[in-house]
Design a protein around this ligand. Structure first.
Ligand SMILES: [Zn+2]
Length: 397
C-alpha cells in the first residue's frame, strides 16, 4: 500500500503548486488547522511535489513520486511525536527513537489509514530533534532538496520547563542548510514557541468539505454512507478523528464529552455514578483533560448561542453537539462552565478522574437540570436517586 489520496484541499494545493512553480516555497512552513484534517498528508504531498522532476508536479508516476508515495523517498523525512523509550539514555535513546520512527513508518505503509490519537505522552524529544538536525546537514541523496515534515510540532515542548528540543530546533530554522525545507504541522500552533512561530510562514488548512470526507471514508475506511455522513458531521470533517473512533485507538474527546453532558442532563444519580465508575481512579491524564476541554468548549458555545449569538457564527457541527442545552438560560450555562473549569483544575492537579467525574456530573446536573424542589419520594426510591439531585427529566426530552 502507499499513501492514500489527499482529499478536500484542492484550492490550497493549487496555491502551493503555483508558489512552487515560481520558486516561492519558503524554507519553513507551518500548516495549521484542526486535528485529523490532512495537514501532514498535505505536507507530504508538497514534499513529493518539491522532489518530482516532471513538468506537471507531482506527476505521481516518476521514481521520485513513487518513492514518496511509498514513504521510501531518501530525501523526504517524516517525523512525529513518539513515546519515550524506557530504560535507555544518551545515544542509545536517540537510536531507540529512530528505530521507533522507522517502525511507525512501516506500520503506516502497511495501513495508510492511521488515526489521530490523543497520546499525550508522545513527544518530539530532544534526541529526535538531534536526528533531524543530523539528517539536515547531509546532502540530499537523490532529490534537489531534503524535505522534513514534522507533524504535531507543538509537542516539541511537552513541558514549559524543558524547552531544549524546541530550542535545538530553532537553531535549524535560524540557519537552515541550503536545499533544506521544513514543513511543520500543528493543530495547536499557540503552543509552539513564539520564536518558532515567528520563523515559519503559516498556512491555514481548513477541514475538507464534508462530502469529500464522507466519500473518502466510504471508499477507504469501509464505512456505510450513513455512518460516514454522521461521523463527518460530528467531527467537522476530521477524517483522522473518525478513524480514531472507528479503530478504538483513541476516541474523539468531543464524543465522550457529549456522553457526559447527556448523562448530567438526563441520567439518574445511579447513571451518573455508573458513568463515573467507568473512569480510572488514576492516570489517563491526556485524554481526560482533552475530554474536559471539549466539554467546556461545548458549554461555552451553548452559552453564546443561548445569549443570542447566531449559531452560524460558531464552527460547523457545533449545533449537533450542543443539542438541547442551547435552550437553557445563559446563567445556568455559565455556572456549568465554571464547574468544568474546576474539574479541569482538579485534573491538572492529578486528581482522581473517577472522583472528578462524579463531582462534575452532580454539579452539572444541579446547574443544568430542572431540579424538583418537591421530589416525590416514590420516584426517589425507584431509582435510588437522592432527592436533592432529582431531575424531572421526563419533562425534558
Ligand atoms: Zn513525479
Amino acid at each position: 500500500m502507499s499513501l492514500l489520496p489527499l482529499v478536500g484541499h484542492s484550492d490550497l494545493q493549487a496555491r502551493l503548486a503555483g508558489a512552487a512553480d515560481s520558486g516561492r516555497i519558503p524554507q519553513s512552513l507551518l500548516f495549521r488547522g484542526p486535528p485529523g484534517i490532512g495537514k501532514q498528508r498535505l505536507a507530504l504531498w508538497l514534499a513529493s511535489l518539491v522532489q518530482c522532476a516532471a513538468g506537471d508536479r507531482p506527476c505521481g508516476r516518476c521514481t521520485s513520486c513513487r518513492l514518496a508515495a511509498d514513504l521510501q523517498h531518501p530525501d523526504v523525512h517524516w517525523f512525529f511525536p513518539l513515546p519515550s523509550p524506557t530504560k535507555v539514555s544518551g545515544d542509545r535513546r536517540r537510536e531507540k527513537l529512530e528505530e521507533a520512527r522507522l517502525e511507525e513508518l512501516e506500520a503506516r505503509r502497511a495501513n495508510p489509514l492511521w488515526p489521530t490519537t490523543g497520546d499525550e505522552a508522545a513527544s518530539i524529544f530532544l534526541p529526535i530533534v538531534e536526528e533531524i538536525r543530523a539528517k539536515a546537514v547531509r546532502r540530499p541523496a537523490m532529490g534537489r532538496s531534503s524535505v522534513f515534515v514534522i507533524g504535531d510540532a507543538e509537542r516539541m515542548v511537552p513541558q514549559a520547563s524543558s524547552p531544549e528540543a524546541a530550542n535545538a530546533f530553532l537553531k535549524l530554522l535560524e540557519e537552515p542548510p541550503p536545499d533544506t525545507l521544513v514543513f511543520l504541522t500543528s493543530s495547536r500552533p499557540g503552543a509552539l514557541l513564539p520564536t518558532i512561530r515567528s520563523r515559519v510562514l503559516q498556512v491555514r488548512v481548513t477541514p475538507p468539505p464534508l462530502e469529500a470526507a464522507q466519500a473518502f471514508l466510504v471508499q477507504y475506511a469501509g464505512l456505510s454512507e450513513g455512518e460516514a455522513a454522521l461521523a463527518v458531521r460530528r467531527t467537522d470533517g476530521s477524517i483522522g478523528s473518525v478513524l480514531a473512533l472507528s479503530s478504538g485507538d483513541g476516541a474523539d474527546p468531543r464524543v465522550e464529552a457529549d456522553r457526559l453532558l447527556a448523562c448530567a442532563l438526563k441520567g439518574s444519580r445511579a447513571d451518573r455514578l455508573r458513568v463515573a465508575a467507568g473512569y480510572p481512579p488514576a492516570g489517563a491524564r491526556g485524554a481526560f483533560s482533552g475530554m474536559l476541554e471539549a466539554l467546556e468548549t461545548s458549554l461555552r458555545d451553548a452559552a453564546a448561542v443561548a445569549a443570542g449569538m447566531p449559531e452560524a457564527a460558531l464552527d460547523a457541527g457545533v449545533g449537533d453537539r450542543i443539542g438541547e442545552v442551547r435552550s437553557l438560560a445563559p446563567e445556568r450555562l455559565a455556572e456549568a462552565v465554571g464547574h468544568v473549569e474546576a474539574a479541569r483544575d482538579a485534573a491538572a492537579g492529578n486528581g482522581n478522574p473517577e472522583t472528578i467525574v462524579s463531582v462534575l456530573l452532580a454539579d452539572l446536573s444541579n446547574a443544568l437540570g430542572i431540579v424538583s424542589r418537591n421530589a416525590q419520594p416514590n420516584i426517589s426510591a425507584r431509582d435510588g436517586t437522592d432527592s436533592r439531585f432529582l431531575h424531572i427529566m421526563e419533562d425534558y426530552g
